[in-house]
Design a binder for this molecule. Sequence first.
Ligand SMILES: [Zn+2]
Length: 74
Amino acid sequence: MSRTDRDFYLRDEPERAWMIENTWCAECCLPDLGIDDPREFELEGRVYLEGQCRICRRTLTSEVVDQRESTPAA
Ligand SMILES: [Zn+2]
């Protein structure tokens, strides 16, 4: 299962901003703290966004649910 890097910066600026802000940090136990250094990648057919919590600097990984491709995985 290899991880494939994707270019987060191909997304529209508003979408990027939304994705960066809409996070959940398990360390801080708080939503919407935001992440720095966002990196997007694909793993086993799913897309994830990884970045560092702006407060505790923990690396967070969250699955990106793309409304345009809302078909469930077979
Ligand atoms: Zn945090």
